[in-house]
Write a protein that binds this ligand. Structure first.
Ligand code: RIB
Ligand code: CA
Length: 326
């Protein structure tokens, strides 16, 4: 019988991410979840250039008052030209949220394989952006990755759902299909949390009202990020809300019953054009647990209790007031 969640030791995880507005929500949820032990965060290009993603990650850690080991994974795709999603996440990667200038030197920071090598025990690897960092780690030391990553859960791809970058492809897969192909061929135990379920993870405006009406600095900052994302979804998809894709893999680690999976054999299309990065079922493909069902109720509760409640609380101490006000 499984030990009750409260008594189980926290699950050690490493997150590779491209913050990114929905990545920000995912990181804040992970950092606020006692069920998870965030052993490190590896930053990747994707929603924005890696220098901005790194600056954004530092800003998220600062506001969450967490000291997490940071690394830099991938700066660009394995072979494709670098394309970022400024129209979706803003030039900074965090919409209208105020952020300090990004540094331009990201040398002497640990890569994902070095973060993995530092782990005394195996970790669940959560990838929330293109999987170039993981592909590079596999190229550098596949044996290390296999020893330290018994489980990989990824926000990537789509099977039955329409793509969000082309009509066939999801952004993280489209950014670097060669990387996803190498990751699939490496045979890591992978759970794919793709658009088939994440398209349903829509934050509706009234869930953000709490942030908008709060005078708390973190609430204003998070609302400024989400406001940009809301405008994008209204303009581009006619949606009255915004899709926070990356929250689902994190929520699923905290509430495993939130997602239902089916094992499917997947391949990724490497051609150019509309099918670039399409993840599709093929008998010769790699077995992947594909998320096909989602129960949003527990996910919304987690966001409300652990992210929005954090954001609206007034800073408790003078130092917190000082730090929160910048
Ligand atoms: O397609 C959605 C994914 O691409 C999310 O991870 C989003 O943050 C972007 O990286
Ligand atoms: Ca992302």
């Amino acid at each position: 019988m499984n030990a009750p969640a409260a008594s189980r030791s926290p699950l050690p995880i490493l997150i590779d991410t491209d913050p990114g507005i929905d990545d920000t929500m995912a990181l804040l949820l992970a950092l606020a979840s006692p069920e998870l032990d965030v052993r490190g965060v590896s930053v990747s290009y994707g929603n924005t250039v890696v220098e901005n993603a790194y600056r954004n990650t530092v800003e998220i850690m600062r506001r969450a008052r967490k000291r997490i080991t940071l690394g830099v994974g991938a700066r660009r795709p394995l072979k494709r030209p670098l394309v970022v999603a400024s129209e979706t996440h803003g030039e900074s990667g965090l919409g209208y949220a105020e952020v300090p200038p990004a540094g331009v030197i990201l040398d002497f920071v640990k890569s994902l394989d070095r973060l993995l090598a530092d782990q005394s025990q195996p970790v669940t690897l959560v990838t929330l952006g293109p999987v170039t960092s993981l592909a590079l780690a596999l190229r550098r030391d596949a044996e290390l990755v296999r020893a330290k990553v018994p489980r990989h859960i990824a926000m990537i791809g789509n099977v039955a759902a329409r793509g969000n970058t082309t009509r066939y492809a999801e952004f993280n897969a489209w950014c670097d299909p060669e990387a996803l192909d190498e990751v699939l061929r490496a045979g890591l135990p992978t759970e794919m949390v793709g658009l088939d379920v994440t398209r349903q993870m829509v934050l509706v405006p009234n869930e953000l009202t709490r942030l908008a009406h709060s005078g708390a600095p973190q609430a204003r900052w998070l609302h400024d990020a989400l406001r940009f994302y809301l405008e994008f979804h209204k303009r581009e998809e006619g949606l009255d809300g915004c899709i926070v894709n990356d929250v689902l893999p994190i929520a699923a680690l905290v509430k495993p019953n939130a997602l239902g999976f089916e094992e499917q054999r997947l391949v990724v299309d490497l051609e150019d054009g509309e099918r670039r990065g399409r993840t599709r079922v093929d008998p010769g493909g790699t077995p992947v647990k594909v998320a096909t069902q989602v129960d949003l109720a527990p996910v919304r509760s987690l966001l409300s209790e652990r992210v929005f409640r954090w954001a609206v609380r007034k800073a408790a101490t003078p130092i917190e007031r000082e730090e929160a006000s910048v």
